[in-house]
Design a protein around this ligand. Structure first.
Ligand code: PRX
Length: 663
């Protein structure tokens, strides 16, 4: 593999030994949507027909002429079709028996509860769509959102979809600078935010952070503000409006726009291998079909289910599997604003019990935290209504998988380990819970209609074994572009191997065709399931006045899976904290803390380095390239790989010592 991130050895070792299997329980198998393993072969025979059959379950304003036009690397799905996603998530249901069905059961971190039926949600969405129009938002305009996990976020997204505006949700944990960059790149006209949001007992002052960001965003004409936390805020006259004031006056009459199948639905920024995040472009019809189909089959969703995906809506998982997928399926969706351990470590299980959650979807990081907290927390609650569990976001170690299966699922719920990306829009590799014999640590097989393969360095398909994970056939919810940067789209995803999509992940495929994901092979880290580019953290570090150079690598972390370690050299060469041998001095420790704060301020707490090593030199090749591979070896306490190209071998010995002393 390339000199990129490598899977933690622990994962690989554990996976190589893993041979347990868990078959779907009899009842589950009998009642599931998918009971016949032949679905895979059938979809292979006619993959366009396969996707079209899901599309016919939806409401179209005009039917499509052709399912797919594929001129690599540009796909158009359901060409000629006209459809509105919001109408498929709401109008379709309020016309029928789901009108008074609960759409959203929401709970705030301090404990407030709200329940919205499909009719309630429909009314609020239409009202907010009218609000957007009255503020001058038109089809194609971008609307940024920087919000806590409250129903208003889903309402704002659906309202955009209704009138054809493009939403760009920015996770509420990002800093003012990160928000500013994303707003500027998208040229958003309007920002929806809140005074604050609750997290682990404290309030994040979203409006204050947003004000700082918007200062430098001339494209923003209006800011709409949800009153959530009763924080005092500055209201800029003519620009800022209270959500509740606007909604009181708005009409609930608002027709859904007839969108072209390929009109842009949303932009979502994600990290890549450069310092600049990419605005991933998703469009309308294909995205809807992809998330509708996968929600239905992977979560085996039926009308009586209570479905809870714990992801924040600021990430793609929240877009596809909190909002669009489940609502398109007419599901009852649980949303919880806050932390899993607030005020106690059983908060999730208390909510699951009270709401009667039947399908639960979360991240391996969360599962590892639950494991550490102990079984007594879930044991205090009746979780017997759960029938299916899922995970997403990072490789799950078999130990965590089995713990989840046993202590949350009561050894009766299949666990679907779903692999996908912001770019894929929909789940791509996954068990189908009624037919798959589950192997802890494996995401099993590509969803029907999807073609995933393992390629070696030369782009030859590996039938059994490890290599690069690629997707060699277009799929409906695939990204269409990088906003404003079509060249980067081609270069990033379609140039490593010609004509196939390069995922940036390493994986192994076994004799049975099961895929075992091994983590990123590029300069992207997956920290607690959040995607962070090493270059972004390095840029944030060198932005600090004391820093000359920075090199960031991933290190194993018991809960986060991967954490960030940064090796930093300082500008002034004389008497610097990094120069001394032995344990870090008080000045060195203070500066390291300052640098961690600096990264938090620049990017957000999610990118805060776990360890910072100040050093006089970094290991470089004779041509001056930093050898991150060696830094990773040092950080993981491994024997050093090939050091023959190193310009000054002494550097590495000093660094090793420093790293050990830093603990
Ligand atoms: O490395 C893979 C990892 O998360 C990356 C995608 O991150 P993001 O775009 O933020 O989307 C996360 C939620 C879909 C992938 O390239 N990843 C995601 N799911 C899994 C996974 N790694 C292993 N197993 C998974 N189930």
């Amino acid at each position: 593999m390339a000199d990129g991130q490598r899977p933690p050895d622990r994962t690989l070792e554990a996976l190589l030994k893993e041979d347990r299997r868990f078959d779907p329980p009899g009842d589950f198998r009998r009642l599931a949507h998918v009971t016949d393993p032949a679905v895979h072969a059938q979809a292979e025979e006619d993959f366009l027909g396969f996707w079209a059959s899901f599309a016919t379950e939806l409401d179209w304003i005009r039917e499509w002429d052709r399912v797919l036009e594929w001129e690599p690397p540009h796909a158009r799905w359901f060409v000629g079709g006209r459809i509105n996603i919001c109408a498929n998530c709401l109008d379709r249901h309020v016309r029928g028996p789901r009108r008074n069905k609960v759409a959203i059961v929401w709970e705030g971190e301090p404990g407030e509860r709200r329940t919205l039926t499909y009719w309630d949600l429909f009314q609020d969405v239409c009202r907010f769509a009218s609000v957007l129009k009255s503020l001058g938002v038109r089809k194609g305009d971008r609307v940024a959102m920087y919000m806590p996990l409250i129903p208003e976020l889903a309402i704002a997204m659906l309202a955009c979809a209704r009138i054809g505006a493009v939403h760009n949700v920015v996770f509420g944990g990002f800093s003012a600078e990160s928000l500013r960059d994303r707003i500027s790149d998208s040229g958003a006209k309007l920002l929806v935010t809140a005074d604050g949001g609750y997290r682990r007992g404290s309030i994040i002052p979203l409006k204050r952070i947003a004000d700082e960001a918007v200062e430098a965003c001339p494209s923003i004409q209006s800011v709409v503000l949800v009153k959530r936390a009763d924080l005092p805020v500055d209201m800029r006259r003519g620009r800022d409006h209270w959500w509740h004031h606007l909604m009181e006056q708005a009409t609930p009459e608002c027709e859904a726009e007839a969108m072209d199948a390929e009109d842009m639905l949303f932009l979502l920024y994600t990290s890549g291998t450069t310092g600049k995040p990419k605005g991933i472009v998703h469009t309308t019809a294909g995205y809807l079909v992809g998330v509708y189909a996968t929600t239905k089959w992977v979560f085996d969703l039926r009308d009586e289910d209570v479905y809870w995906c714990t992801a924040d809506i600021g990430w793609v998982t929240g877009h596809s599997y909190v909002v669009y997928g489940p609502l398109a399926n007419g599901a009852t969706v649980v949303m919880y604003e806050g932390a899993p351990d607030w005020p106690r470590r059983d908060r999730f299980w208390e909510i699951a019990e009270r709401t009667g959650t039947t399908v639960f979807y979360t991240a391996p990081t969360a599962i590892r935290a639950f494991m550490k907290w102990g079984t007594e927390h879930p044991a205090r609650h009746d979780l017997s209504r759960l029938r299916l569990l899922g995970t997403v976001g990072e490789p799950i170690n078999p130990e965590a998988w089995v713990w989840y299966y046993k202590h949350i699922g009561g050894e009766r719920c299949p666990v679907v380990d779903t692999w996908w990306q912001t770019e894929t829009g929909q789940i791509m590799i996954t068990p189908l819970p009624g037919i798959t014999s589950l192997r802890p640590g494996s995401a099993s097989r590509p969803f029907p209609g999807i073609r995933a393969e393992i390629f070696d360095d030369e782009g030859r398909a590996v039938k059994v074994g490890g290599g690069y994970l690629v997707l060699s056939r277009p799929w409906p919810a695939m990204l269409r572009n990088i906003y404003g940067d079509p060249e980067r789209y081609v270069k990033q995803y379609w140039s490593r191997f010609s004509g196939v999509y390069f995922t940036g992940d390493g994986a192994r495929v076994d004799e049975e065709g099961n895929f075992w994901l091994l983590g990123r092979v590029d300069d992207v880290l997956n920290v607690a399931g959040h995607r962070i580019g090493t270059m972004e953290v390095e840029s944030a570090l060198v932005d600090h006045p004391a820093v000359a150079e920075a090199a960031v690598v991933g290190i194993e972390h018991e809960i986060k899976g991967t954490a960030i370690a940064a090796f930093v050299t300082l500008k002034e060469k004389s008497a610097q904290p990094g120069d001394e041998a032995g344990p870090p001095s008080a000045a060195g420790q203070a500066l390291a803390e300052q640098l961690k704060e600096h990264v938090t301020k620049k990017i957000g707490a999610l990118a805060r380095p776990e360890v910072i090593i100040l050093t006089a030199d970094l290991p470089k090749t004779r041509s001056g390239k930093i050898m991150r591979r060696l830094l990773r070896d040092i950080a993981s306490g491994k024997a050093l790989g090939d050091t023959t190209t190193l310009a000054d071998p002494a550097v590495i010995e000093t660094l090793k010592q420093k790293y050990e002393e830093a603990g």
